[in-house]
Structure formats: structure tokens, C-alpha cells
Ligand binder design. Structure first.
Ligand code: SAM
Length: 456
């Protein structure tokens, strides 16, 4: 048996096989064994010239679905393998997951196709005998499918399987939100994620963008929280849309499209975006001021600087100055009217979109990130002019990275006061403290947090 060589990840997903099941296996294996990012590989695969639309959709479904439902799939598989799923070699483990996903979670794929294709993959990727294991386990799953009862209790172990999230996240959300809301949050993370497109206001209105999309056969509906966003119906890779390549829009979640509104920039402001790449919020800020003013976009990661530059070029914003540097140390000679710190975070608010992240991260992330976030905020505080505005945002809603960071910052910087975001974003996402909190189970998009502070 010749084991397929790992594909070259530097090519993104462009080196993947064209068969969607085999390609999904390669991606899941790379995620599992090399901590690869499924989104990056899928984006590359979707951009392959000549990729068939239906194959593209199946590949996306198999990768994202198997990752989202891994908790349930592993539970169902584990009890049907005498040595246990963990003892199965990684290629075969992922073949079983993809097969089980098709059998248990999809209704449009014939069962025999799910088994036959999995067995073929096992012949190609596994040790001798693996194909027999895959065949017998998946056939048993088909026979017993209707009898499976997912754990229904409100205890952490049951809920972790039912909602397909790791124990540590389940425990945390169960304690914080209670069983009903924790279930709703997990299910929100398990549904297919919609694509949001934020209109480039320098080109036209949201309605004009919707009309342009229709000419490409793409239907959309307006966002309910953000006046700038459209939700695209069906699965469309943004990079494959003309409206996108021609600079009419940016791919963004609705929660993210609220952050620049919290900053509420005005024409002729001098603004600093301290954690800018890939530029979703930087470009939104430039659009909100009609490209009149100065937007300084700082980014520490060199590779991400080029993605930032590409975004700006595609959208045609003239007022943005890109700076490659570290936000905690870079010296600007001038003060800013507004500073945005869209800080790196645990990403616990975007576990639906980044389906692999929930299995990759551990609870330590919640003690590692706050000092980093506080350090960035501290550096930002000196750059805001007296009377200026500082906004802190993260794509998480965990107290350690949100309220606690803001409380610590305000305690260390009595020259700043918290200002309510009421009137800047819909009331539904404004907390009693006046910060913004977006929750997937309530608001139907990614989770996020933002706080607006003013320097005295
Ligand atoms: N604002 C971006 C957007 O809306 O597209 C997303 C920003 S992402 C949450 C955080 C970014 O901060 C990453 O690109 C990361 O490389 C960058 N970053 C992390 N630490 C930094 C630092 N000390 N200085 C500047 N950038 C930093």
C-alpha cells in the first residue's frame, strides 16, 4: 500500500484531490494531525479552476459538518468499535467520521454510497484490514441508526455529546447560561454558517449590492442588526463572486459589522486600528467616513499585512495607511481622535464559523489572552487624544476577555470612562452596563463584544 503524501499546505487547498470525499479526508487529517485550518484549505480548494459547484458544496458540507458534529459522531462510533475510536489510526478515524456524518446527519446521500466510498478510501489510506473495519462499523451504524438515542441529560458529559462541544466549553456554558440556553448556543454553533457581505459604501448602497448579486444568480436578505450587511442565501464562496472581486463588498459576519458603528468615526478624524488584518473593520471605518480623513492600520504579522493590503486595494480605499509593527511598542508621533483595539482572543464566540477551533483550544486560552488584551489596551490609551474615543472589541463573550478586561483597564486608567453604545447599535445587543454583547443563540450570528470608552 502506498500512503498518499501530505499535500503542500503552502498551496492552500489547491493541491487537494478533486474527489470531494477524498479531499475532505485530506483536510480533516491535516486539521487533526498538523493543526491546519480547515477554512484556509477549503478556500484554496474552492478557488481551484474548473471546480464543479456540486462537488464544492459537498466538500464544504463534509468538512464543516464532520467537524461540527464530531462530538456526536465519535460517541456513536466509539461504542461500535471494540478497541475504541481513539485506538484507530487517524486516516481511518476520519474516514469513519465522514462516513458516519453522511449516514447520521445527511438525508440526501444514499447509504450504500456513503459506505462504498468510505471503504474505497480505507483501501487507499489504511493498513490491510482497515477496509473491513470501516465496512462493518458503518453498516452497523445504518442498521442501528433509528435506535440511537443521544444522551439527553443536563449533566456535563451528556450535554457535551448532545451539543458536540468539548467538556470544558460545555461546563462553562452550562454554569453560565443554564441548560436551555447552553443547548441553544451549541445548536447555533452547529448549524451551517451563512455568508455575510458588507456593502462597500464608497461604491453604493446595500440595495444596489443586492441588485448586483441578483445578476450573478445570488439571492440575499438584509441583515437585521447591521444596516450595512446582506446575508447571502445558499453556499457561495465570496472570492468567486464578481461583486466581491470588483470591490463592492467584504465578507463579514453581522456581529463584526457592528464594531465600526460602535467606534462611530466622523469625516476628517484621524483614526488608529491597532490590530487591523485582514482589514474587515479598517475598511468599514474608511467607508463610514466616506474615505475622508486618516485611517492608520497597524498589524504585527507580516503575512497578514499583505492580506490587509489586498483587501484595501480591492475595495479602493484611499485614506488608509498600512503600518507593519507591534501595537504594544510602535511609536506614532501624533495622537488619534479614535483608536480601535480589535484584539486577538479565544474566539469562543465564533465556534460555529471556525468549526475546528473548538477541538483545538483548551481552557488555558482564557488565562492566556486577557494579559495580551490588557497590554494592547494600555498601549492604545496613550495614543488617544484628550476627549477622544477608545473601542475594545473581541469575537468572544467570555467574562474574562470582556467585562473583566474593561474593568481592569478602567481601574488602571481613571482618565477613561465607559460610554454607552446605545443609539450606535440596536438595543437588543446593548447590555445594562452599556457595552455591546452579541450572542449566537439570541442574535443568529457570531458572538462578539465591544466597549466604548472616552478619554477625559
Ligand atoms: N480587525 C481585524 C478585522 O476586522 O479584519 C481582525 C483582527 S484579529 C481579531 C487580531 C489581529 O491582531 C491579528 O491580525 C493579529 O495578527 C494582530 N495582532 C496581534 N497582536 C498584535 C500586536 N501586538 N500588534 C499589532 N497587531 C497584533
Amino acid at each position: 500500500m502506498t500512503r498518499p503524501a501530505p499535500f503542500d499546505e503552502d498551496q492552500g487547498g489547491r493541491g487537494l484531490p478533486s474527489d470531494p470525499r477524498e479531499a475532505s479526508l485530506r483536510i480533516l487529517h491535516a486539521v487533526d494531525t498538523r493543526s491546519a485550518f480547515s477554512d484556509r484549505l477549503l478556500d484554496g480548494a474552492h478557488q481551484r479552476p474548473g471546480a464543479d459547484g456540486r462537488d464544492r458544496a459537498l466538500l464544504h458540507e463534509l468538512v464543516k459538518g464532520s467537524l461540527r458534529w464530531r462530538g456526536r459522531l465519535d460517541w456513536a462510533l466509539n461504542s461500535r468499535i471494540h478497541i475504541g475510536l481513539d485506538a484507530v489510526q487517524p486516516w481511518i478515524r476520519n474516514i469513519l467520521r465522514i462516513g458516519a456524518y453522511q449516514i447520521l446527519m445527511l438525508d440526501r446521500i444514499p447509504m450504500h454510497a456513503a459506505v462504498d466510498e468510505s471503504v474505497k478510501l480505507a483501501h487507499k489510506y489504511g493498513h490491510p484490514g482497515s477496509a473491513g473495519l470501516v465496512n462493518s462499523v458503518l453498516r452497523r451504524l445504518i442498521e442501528e441508526k433509528e435506535l440511537i438515542e443521544w444522551p439527553a441529560g443536563d449533566d456535563v458529559e451528556s450535554l457535551s455529546v448532545w451539543g458536540s462541544h468539548p467538556i470544558w466549553i460545555t461546563e462553562r456554558w452550562l454554569e453560565r447560561f443554564g441548560p436551555e440556553s447552553a443547548r441553544a448556543l451549541m445548536m447555533a454553533n452547529n448549524r451551517p454558517v451563512a455568508t455575510g457581505l458588507r456593502v462597500n459604501a464608497l461604491r453604493g448602497t446595500r440595495e444596489e449590492l443586492a441588485a448586483r448579486l441578483v445578476t450573478e444568480g445570488v439571492e440575499s436578505r438584509p441583515g437585521t442588526l447591521s444596516p450595512d450587511l446582506l446575508w447571502v442565501e445558499g453556499h457561495h464562496a465570496p472570492g468567486a463572486l464578481k461583486a466581491f472581486t470588483e470591490g463592492w463588498c467584504t465578507a463579514q459576519d453581522e456581529s463584526e459589522a457592528l464594531v465600526a458603528r460602535v467606534l462611530a468615526p466622523e469625516k476628517n478624524d484621524r483614526i488608529l486600528d491597532m490590530c487591523a488584518a485582514p482589514g474587515g473593520k479598517t475598511t468599514h471605518i474608511a467607508e463610514l467616513i466616506g474615505d475622508e480623513g486618516e485611517v492608520w492600520a497597524l498589524e504585527r504579522d507580516k503575512h497578514r499585512v499583505s492580506s490587509l493590503e489586498n483587501t484595501i486595494k480591492r475595495l479602493g480605499d484611499q485614506c488608509i495607511h498600512v503600518v507593519h509593527g507591534d501595537g504594544t511598542t510602535y511609536e506614532f508621533p501624533m495622537p488619534f481622535d479614535r483608536v480601535l483595539v480589535d484584539a486577538p482572543c479565544s474566539g469562543l464566540g465564533v465556534m460555529g464559523r471556525r468549526a475546528d477551533a473548538r477541538w483545538r483550544k483548551g481552557p488555558e486560552v482564557l488565562s492566556e489572552m486577557p494579559p495580551v488584551q490588557l497590554e494592547l489596551l494600555d498601549a492604545a490609551s496613550y495614543r488617544v487624544r484628550p476627549g477622544g474615543v477608545l473601542v475594545y472589541s473581541v469575537c468572544t463573550f467570555e467574562p474574562e476577555e470582556t467585562d473583566h478586561v474593561v474593568e481592569r483597564f478602567l481601574a488602571l486608567h481613571p482618565d477613561f470612562t465607559l460610554e454607552s453604545v446605545k443609539g450606535l447599535v440596536p438595543d437588543a445587543v446593548v447590555t445594562p452596563e452599556g457595552t455591546m454583547r452579541v450572542l449566537p443563540q439570541r442574535d443568529g450570528c457570531d458572538g462578539a463584544f465591544a466597549a466604548r470608552m472616552r478619554k477625559k
